[in-house]
Design a protein around this ligand. Structure first.
Ligand code: ACM
Ligand code: ZN
Length: 758
């Protein structure tokens, strides 16, 4: 019998440990206090889990007994929904108390994580010791969700159940089932059999990259797809219920619905048959006609059947990314706008959603939708899923609506989790690392305590354009959902990433036994600077997502390896220096080399006063960003760029004493697809007192080739031969996207990464 440490994820609210341990073999039965079916059901979960050790009998007993697992579900424990107390006693008993069945279930999930992972494989472990401890545990957020898109790729019932098992182990309690989308309809609707005969199937183009899949040829057989029968759905709903998981079904509308028109073309604006689409085409303009009453009869019929299948309180109606081009041209849609006195197509969408809301409320259900349902006016009872960022959620919570936070920045698990160059398979564009997920706080600072109670929790989303198989699905979400589960259960920013990471190593052993695939995370060394006025203008800081692993680095341009210097603490530089760094991977090989050049210059470690402020989302390294010696890549999201939206960038560099300046180099980004343009003009001027500015110089820029790949541009002012303490720098924003651009009239951005002063 050996002693084990306690590494539960999500970390319990309170955990006391005596340091001693308890032998599972000393248990000889399970006692339930009230002989209720709920207690019995949980007792059976313990019984099954421990069967490889012993066959334990379940019996009724009104008081705790030694050598037993004592289970009590009783309101008198006065524990909140989902909360529990678990005591593993040196006196050789296990007691689990809760005032809700869900609390008992989560008590089991913690107990499970105390046991040797071999039990996950249903084999007798060599180690039968578990640590003695006393746990009191309660979740921070009531909504802890995971989403799965089964339209872009189809996942069978077996995997859906595994996904639910994954959710349960993490003490999460919502499964958002994205059942319909452009690439396939996945739920049997008895009244509309063509949805599963036709809309569930597409031509098989899995050998082609998602965005390049060629359209169906006329007469070509649609062979890829699938759907769930209503019997299968009932089975999954029951499976989830046993695991305290509510299922939210999503039926998309008015957009992301082109697959419906393979079966019922009359429901689109132009009444046109379209085969179910393999891959993406974007924007997808084939959406439900908002002027056709038949659309609403169809949707009411569909939602009627959906509401009977799913006992939970919510129905998700999508609402995202509905491209309104056809509505602008459609006579029926335009008539509806007139008839209902609506201003535009946004109000038409809002009217659409409110029509559906009436029906959903009549079924005693609640409507939930993506944050686009805010546009044109939010339906009164709606709960909003904020995905495009935090803003939709903030606005909704302020107006008294419930909100689920799932911003792309922290919760999109279809994104890369490490540098795309080193990732094993193509993913969706962005990058959300494990550390980023762990830093997620569902409650933005903009909300006061009154509004923030509307933030019910958060959710991880798995869109499956780039997820072809169950193994890839697991690889994408594990362990990012593990980090999310701790944010949502234990509370955001409660524990350090390092503490979480240590416990994760243990949980991953359990994933191995369960045969669940997971990602190793990012093996990139992050190279950053921290300000330090004492030793040197800036210090170099190296970190990774794998605390405890050595970071090998060089400063002389050599390739780093196990023989290179090991990073222990932040170090100074005194000249322009290229840092290269690696860490070892689990297989013993070294990570790809991270490389960053520090430009040593006269403004480093000095101050920048922001006359106009960058947007918080694009803060780079904060107030030091422009003079920290570090430049960005061509990815505006890489953490080295600051962005100004619709306003000029205007800053005052304070060199703190009169300084001879010869050259100023200003770095800007041009990334047309992200609405980022070069400034029209860059102006500099100098001052000794910060008030009177002289010797203004300007530099006029022109746009590069339209939509060329993102590029970094340096604006260089040479031979200045100027002594000054203050330098005023202004980069003039176009303010709005130019006529040639897809965002014409929309807000234009200026992005800057560094102002080198020499
Ligand atoms: C979404 O990602 N379109 C909700
Ligand atoms: Zn129409």
């Amino acid at each position: 019998m050996t002693k084990s440490s306690i590494n539960i994820i999500p970390k319990p609210t309170s955990l006391k440990s005596s340091g001693s341990s308890f032998d599972l073999l000393s248990i000889n039965g399970i006692y339930i206090e009230n002989n209720s079916t709920d207690e019995k059901e949980i007792a059976e979960i313990f019984q099954n889990y421990l069967r490889p050790l012993k066959k334990l009998k379940i019996e009724h007993s009104t008081h705790d007994v030694k050598n037993k697992i004592n289970i009590s579900l009783n309101p008198k424990h006065n524990l909140k929904e989902e909360s529990y107390k678990l005591k593993i006693d040196d006196e050789k008993s296990v007691t689990l108390k809760a005032s809700s069945k869900s609390g008992l279930f989560y008590g089991f999930q913690s107990f499970r994580q105390l046991c040797d992972p071999d039990l996950e494989k249903k084999i007798k472990p060599n180690n039968t010791a578990i640590p003695s401890c006393d746990i009191i545990d309660t979740p921070s957020f009531s909504y802890r969700g995971m989403h799965l898109d089964v339209s872009r790729h189809f996942f069978d019932i077996e995997f859906v159940k595994t996904y639910i098992d994954m959710i349960a182990l993490h003490k999460m309690n919502v499964f958002h089932w994205h059942l319909t989308d452009d690439n396939g309809w996945r739920i049997e609707i008895k009244k509309y059999p063509l949805l599963t005969e036709k809309s569930a199937w597409r031509v098989d183009r899995r050998h082609e990259p998602w965005k390049e899949q060629s359209p169906a040829n006329p007469e070509e057989q649609a062979t890829y797809g699938g759907f769930y029968t209503q019997e299968e759905i009932k089975d999954v709903v029951a499976y989830a219920k046993k695991r305290n998981i509510m299922i939210i079904p999503e039926i998309e509308m008015p957009g992301h619905t082109s697959e419906v028109f393979a079966a019922y073309p009359e429901l689109s604006c132009n009444n046109k048959y379209i085969p179910v689409n393999p891959g993406s085409y974007w924007p997808n303009i084939d959406i439900f006609c908002a002027g056709n009453d038949a659309v609403f009869s169809f949707l009411r019929d569909v939602l009627e059947e959906v509401s009977l299948l799913f006992p939970g309180p919510y129905i998700h109606i999508g609402g995202d990314e509905a491209e309104k081009t056809n509505w602008e041209k459609c006579e029926k849609c335009q008539n509806r706008i007139k008839e209902k006195n609506l201003k535009n197509e946004h109000e038409l969408q809002s009217w659409f959603i409110k029509e559906i809301e009436k029906f959903i409320l009549s079924k005693n259900k609640k409507l939930i939708g993506w944050d686009e349902i805010l546009e044109g006016g939010l339906a009164k009872s709606a709960t909003v899923m904020s995905w495009r960022g935090f803003q939709g959620g903030i606005q909704s919570a302020k107006s008294g609506h419930d909100v689920i936070m799932c911003p792309v920045s922290h919760c999109y698990f279809d994104y890369y989790q490490s540098n795309p160059e080193n990732a094993p398979a193509a993913a969706f564009g962005g990058m959300t690392t494990l550390k980023t997920v762990y830093s997620f706080d569902p409650i933005p600072k903009e909300l006061n305590s009154n509004n923030s109670k509307h933030i019910l929790g958060g959710q991880g989303n798995l869109w499956t354009e780039y997820v072809q198989t169950p193994k890839i699905a697991q690889y994408r979400v594990l362990p990012r959902m593990t980090a999310l589960s701790e944010v949502l259960w234990s509370g955001p920013k409660k524990y350090t990433y390092e503490d979480f990471y240590l416990r994760l190593q243990d949980l991953q052993k359990r994933f191995d036994k369960l045969n669940w695939t997971y990602a190793d995370g990012s093996f990139e060394v992050n190279i950053n600077s921290v300000q330090d006025n004492q030793q040197s203008p800036v210090l170099v800081s190296l970190s990774s997502e794998h605390p405890g692993k050595p970071i090998y680095y060089t400063t002389n341009k050599d390739q780093p390896d196990q023989g290179s210097k090991i990073f222990y603490k932040n170090f100074p530089i005194t000249k322009t220096t290229t840092i290269k760094a690696v860490i070892p991977k689990p297989d013993g090989t070294l990570s790809a080399v991270s490389k960053k050049t520090f430009y040593f210059h006269k403004a480093m470690g000095k101050t920048v006063n922001y006359i106009t402020k960058y947007v918080k989302k694009y803060s780079g390294a904060g107030e030091q960003n422009l003079i920290d010696g570090l430049i960005g890549t061509t990815n505006h999201n890489d953490g080295y760029w600051q962005g100004w939206e619709k306003i000029n960038m205007e800053i005052l560099v304070d060199l703190q004493q009169s300084t001879k300046v010869n050259t100023i180099i200003c770095g800007f980004l041009e990334s047309h697809r992200s609405w980022i343009f070069l400034p029209e003009i860059v102006e500099i001027s100098f001052s000794s007192d910060g008030e009177r500015f002289i010797n203004k110089k300007s530099y006029v820029l022109e746009d590069g080739e339209h939509y060329s790949d993102p590029n970094r541009k340096e604006v260089i002012f040479n031979e200045l031969n100027q002594s000054a303490r203050y330098i005023l720098i202004k980069a003039v924003n176009k303010e709005i996207c130019p006529n040639w651009h897809a965002g014409s009239g929309g807000k234009a951005w200026v992005f800057s990464d560094e102002i080198v002063i020499e």
